[in-house]
Design a protein around this ligand. Structure first.
Ligand code: PGA
Length: 254
């Protein structure tokens, strides 16, 4: 099954509006239209309206790094799916490990957010992954299985073409220590098997991105693994040249 890879840049809380726009301009200018990957950027909320305007008509998509599940309400400091759409976002990251570990998100909040994103026609990229302690104590598969089952519980239909996953081992995020291609493939194959139990044969179409210290030097090896369908890139997405070489590592299209 041939799945179009996704290469997504997570800007986190790093760039101001003008710096984001300059980054987008340079990445756009560096694309030649032959790239196989779908390219997405997840800037801070402040950059979404200007970013979406700039990128309209470009091959780059744009999304939010997080959202709350209610459409509106007295939730000071939160942003709703409707507001993300209004700001021009088509995609949203859900359950990033920084949200889980620093801001108390759980499998249950992830589930509610996934449902809300789908209900508002936002394409969620749902992040899962084990900590170092969980890996070293042999619990990687149990953790991934729980995150998948709880996070996708009670979804009405099999929305496999409307969402993607990102496997991001927590010990690899921002540490410079990426999973080896073999470790990534092993986890991705396991994840696809779990998804097949939930979604049946359709799981073969679901994109599973790898994230955690992806950089130009390791992107090709990671992306050549059969179940690795793209990359979620933090640090290396802040520099146009390094992000472009990761996009190129995902290959050229037909
Ligand atoms: P990193 O971040 O590429 O800087 O490790 C990845 C992520 O947090 O999505």
């Amino acid at each position: 099954m041939s799945r179009q890879p996704i290469v997504a840049g997570n800007i986190k809380m790093f760039l101001t509006i003008e710096a984001c726009l300059e980054l987008f301009r340079q990445v756009w200018a560096g694309l030649n239209g032959k790239e196989r990957a779908q390219v997405l950027y997840f800037p801070p909320f402040t950059c979404l309206p200007d970013g979406a305007r700039l990128l309209a008509g470009s091959p780059l998509g744009i999304g939010g790094q997080n959202m709350y599940w209610a459409a509106e309400g007295a939730f000071t400091g939160e942003i709703s799916p409707r507001m993300l759409r209004d700001a021009g976002a088509s995609h949203v990251l859900i359950g990033h490990s920084e949200r889980r570990t620093l801001f108390g998100e759980t499998d249950e909040t992830v589930r509610r957010k996934v449902e809300a994103a789908l209900a508002h026609a936002l394409f969620p990229i749902v992040c899962i992954g084990e900590t170092l302690e969980e890996r070293e104590s042999g619990r990687t598969e149990a953790v991934l299985s729980r995150q998948i089952r709880q996070g996708f519980k009670e979804l009405d239909a099999a929305p496999v073409r409307s969402l993607a996953l990102a496997y991001e081992p927590v010990w690899a995020i921002g540490t410079g220590r990426n999973a080896t291609p073999e470790q990534a493939q092993e986890a991705h194959r396991f994840i696809r098997g779990e998804l097949a139990l939930l979604f049946g044969a359709e799981a073969a179409a679901l994109r599973i991105l790898y994230g955690g210290s992806v950089k130009p030097e390791n992107a090709a090896d990671l992306l050549s693994q059969p179940d690795v369908d793209g990359a979620l890139v933090g640090g290396a997405c802040l520099k146009p040249d390094s992000f472009l070489s990761i996009i190129r590592a995902a290959g050229v299209g037909d």
